[in-house]
Design a protein around this ligand. Structure first.
Ligand code: ADP
Length: 397
């Protein structure tokens, strides 16, 4: 059974076609600059390699039309007919409190997701456009929605209620939701497999460190806490997001700099984090290079980033009453040797014996703690697409 996985962003669209008989990737692609001049589609197939198609695409529906054509193209595609796409899995960012697992899309699901737009105004609309476009383009195929928030729905109230007047939770659903759930779920399951243990017997801290970063405490297979909150702005210092700050800074700066809510939002989401501190870049490779050349603010940005990850690891170990496994994943977690070392070096007191030699890996699964270490540290490349395809298969087969 072939499953198409679609991840629609505001102006981009990522896709993968997977043969779920053996979980092989038949094609993967990216459409960029949707609705902007110079849009293009890049596709890579197992059979024909890479292909770039430059064509104007005014919206996501048009983009998905080109994706389907590219998949079926005789010279660089992966299938001969659309009948070879048996189901489509969609990444959807926010399901509010409505869904704690993936669902087959129905009118009722679409309505529920439309009600969540207020909670994820940048993400849910393109996700929904993707679902509706596939419903039109491939009417006989089932769509499945897989939510970033779903995995975190097991959190207890003591983790998700903010110390604000309770009425704001009741009136506006202001609470912690958490994001990157599909990634955390994938690496947590994979960690248990790698260690040949039942996830129900483990206390795991999953560190998804990328452009956006979040930590997740998983005790006995259930999420106990996670660092992103009502929106993906809370928690760690990120590429361009500030994460936790004293909330009073917001009103202080709005008054001082004469910023309205939208402008302040932009400062916190787009101009802060390691970019804001370093003034160099939001890309950790650039920052690491600048720090190596003696740029003090770049070094400060890395120290702040690492320190905050460590702080959350400590907090989550305290919340869970210990930790057995720490997982590093996503762009930085999978690839940055120095970053993992710097975070882990402060964690000996928890029982982590870090192995600098084993840590010398990028982008592949590895155990990076010493044999016999009380806490096992792992690198696990995330694979949200595979998780979405697995959920889709499970729901449609
Ligand atoms: P997202 O999906 O949130 O956009 P990714 O998980 O792809 O982000 O992570 C992107 C980040 O990973 C970038 O900041 C990039 O610098 C970082 N990254 C990728 N490769 C490396 C590397 N070799 N060393 C350090 N950082 C890296």
């Amino acid at each position: 059974m072939n499953i198409l996985v679609i991840n629609c962003g505001s102006s981009s669209l990522k896709y993968q076609l997977l043969n779920m008989d053996n979980e092989a990737q038949l094609a993967q692609g990216l459409v960029e600059r949707i609705g902007i001049e110079g849009s293009r589609l890049k596709q890579e197939t197992e059979k024909f390699g890479k292909k770039v198609i430059e064509v104007d695409m005014k919206d996501h529906k048009e983009a998905l039309g080109h994706v389907l054509d590219a998949l079926k193209n005789e010279e660089y595609g992966a299938i001969k007919s659309f009948d070879e796409i048996h189901a489509v899995g969609h990444r959807v960012v926010h399901a509010g409190e409505k869904y704690s697992s993936s669902v087959v899309v129905s009118d009722e699901v679409i309505k529920a997701l439309e009600e969540c737009i207020e909670l994820a105004p940048l993400h849910n609309p393109p996700n929904l456009i993707g679902i509706k476009a596939i419903e039109e383009l491939l009417p006989s195929v089932k769509n499945v929605a897989v939510f970033d928030t779903a995995f975190h729905q097991t959190m207890p109230k003591s983790s998700y209620i903010y110390p604000l007047p309770y009425e704001f939770y009741e009136k506006y659903a202001v609470r912690r939701y958490g994001f990157h759930g599909t990634s955390h779920r994938y690496v947590v399951a994979r960690a248990a497999e790698m260690l040949e243990k039942d996830v129900k017997d483990l206390k795991i801290i999953s560190c998804h460190l990328g452009n956006g970063s979040s930590l997740c405490a998983v005790k006995n297979g259930k999420v106990l806490d996670t660092s992103m909150g009502f929106t993906p702005l809370e928690g760690l210092a990120m590429g361009t997001r500030c994460g936790d700050i004293d909330p009073a800074i917001i009103t202080f700066l709005m008054k001082k700099e004469n910023l309205d809510a939208e402008a302040m939002d932009k400062v916190m989401n787009k101009q802060s984090g390691v970019l804001g501190i370093s003034g160099v870049s939001s890309d950790f490779r650039d920052i690491e290079n600048a720090a190596a050349e003696g740029n003090e603010r770049a070094e400060l940005a890395l120290n702040i980033f690492d320190n905050r990850v460590r702080k959350y690891i400590g907090a989550y170990a305290a919340e869970m009453g210990g930790v057995d496994v720490i997982i590093f994943t996503a762009g930085v977690g999978e690839n940055s040797i120095s970053n993992r070392e710097s975070i882990s070096k402060g964690l000996e007191f928890l029982g982590l014996e870090f192995d600098t030699e084993k840590n010398n890996v990028r982008g592949k699964e590895a155990i990076i703690s010493k044999e016999g270490s009380k806490v096992t540290a792992l690198v696990i490349p995330t694979n949200e697409e595979l998780m979405i395809a697995r959920d889709t298969l499970e729901l449609v087969k």
